[in-house]
Design a protein around this ligand. Structure first.
Ligand code: 13P
Length: 268
C-alpha cells in the first residue's frame, strides 16, 4: 500500500498503464488482456476502484482488447492520436475513431514517437488539444536523453517539453484527466531504471510546472507517472515517492503476472 495516502496524495487515484508498443496480433492482445483482467479481478470487485489500469495495445488490437476488458474495470488506451477529426491524413487515427472503439486514454508524445517519427512539442500540443476536445484522457510523456542528463540539462529539457505541450492550452481547455509520464529516454527498454529519488525529483518539478501552467488545483489532481524499465522487483523504488502516482510500463506489461504485481503495488 502507498504510505502517504492522505493529504494531496489522496486526491489522486493511482494509475498504471501498459504500453504494449508494436507487439501482438489482435487475438494475442485479447488473450493477454483476458489474463490481466483475471489476475486483477479481486482488485476490481472492490466498490471503490483502488487504482486505474489502462491497456494500450497497437491500433489494430484496440477492438479485440476493448471487447476483452469490457465490464472488467480496466480501461482501453491508444498509443497516439491525430489532431484533426478527419481529413486527408493518410495513416493517421483521430480522436473520434478512438472513442468509437471504446478508448478512454491516449499516450501522447512518447519518446519513441519523438525519436523515430519526428514528433515535436508543437505536434504534441496539437494532439493534446484534440484529446481535450474529445474528453480522451492523455498520458503526456516527457523525459531527457542520457546526454542531456550527463550535461545537467534534465530540468531544462523537461521544462521545455511541458511548456511546449501545455503553454497556451489554458485552464479551460486543459485536457480532463491529464496524466504526465516522466520517462527518461535512457531508461526505456534498457533494464536500467532511474533511481526512485531521482524520478521523484523530476516528478516534483513536473508538478510545480503544472501549477504554473494550469493552476494549483489541477496540479494537485494530475497524476504523475514514472516509466522506464519498471519491473515488479524495482517498483518499490517508485511507489513510495510522494509525487509518483503510478507507472507507464512497457516490456513488463506484456506479462500479465508481472504487470499485475506492479498494479498491486500502487493499489490503495
Ligand atoms: P520499458 O518498460 O520497456 O522500459 O518501456 C517504458 C516505456 O516506454 C513505456 O511507455
Amino acid at each position: 500500500m502507498i504510505p502517504d495516502a492522505t493529504g494531496p496524495r489522496a486526491l489522486r487515484r493511482p494509475l498504471v498503464a501498459g504500453n504494449w508498443k508494436m507487439h501482438g496480433l489482435s487475438a494475442e492482445g485479447a488473450a493477454l488482456a483476458g489474463r490481466v483482467t483475471g489476475v486483477l479481478a479481486d482488485l476490481f470487485s472492490a466498490r471503490d476502484r483502488p487504482v486505474d489500469v489502462v491497456l494500450c495495445p497497437p491500433f489494430t488490437g484496440l477492438q479485440e482488447v476493448g471487447r476483452a476488458v469490457a465490464g472488467s474495470g480496466v480501461f482501453l488506451g491508444a498509443q497516439n492520436v491525430h489532431w484533426e477529426d478527419k481529413g486527408a491524413f493518410t495513416g493517421e487515427i483521430s480522436a473520434p475513431m478512438l472513442l468509437d472503439l471504446g478508448c478512454e486514454y491516449v499516450i501522447i508524445g512518447h519518446s519513441e514517437r519523438r525519436q523515430h517519427f519526428g514528433e515535436t512539442d508543437a505536434s504534441v500540443r496539437r494532439r493534446l488539444a484534440a484529446a481535450a476536445r474529445h474528453n480522451l484522457r492523455p498520458i503526456l510523456c516527457v523525459g531527457e536523453t542520457w546526454e542531456e542528463r550527463e550535461a545537467g540539462r534534465t530540468v531544462e529539457r523537461v521544462t521545455a517539453q511541458l511548456h511546449g505541450a501545455l503553454e497556451g492550452l489554458g485552464r479551460e481547455t486543459a485536457p480532463t484527466g491529464l496524466a504526465v509520464a516522466y520517462e527518461p529516454v535512457w531508461a526505456i527498454g534498457t533494464g536500467r531504471a532511474a533511481r526512485g529519488t531521482d524520478a521523484q525529483e523530476v516528478a516534483a518539478l513536473i508538478r510545480r510546472l503544472l501549477g504554473d501552467l494550469l493552476g494549483p488545483e489541477l496540479a494537485v489532481r494530475t497524476r504523475v507517472l514514472y516509466g522506464g524499465s519498471v519491473k515488479p522487483d524495482n517498483i518499490d523504488e517508485f511507489a513510495g515517492q510522494a509525487d509518483i502516482d503510478g507507472a507507464l510500463v512497457g516490456g513488463a506489461s506484456l506479462d500479465a503476472e508481472a504487470f499485475g504485481a506492479i498494479v498491486r503495488r500502487f493499489a490503495r
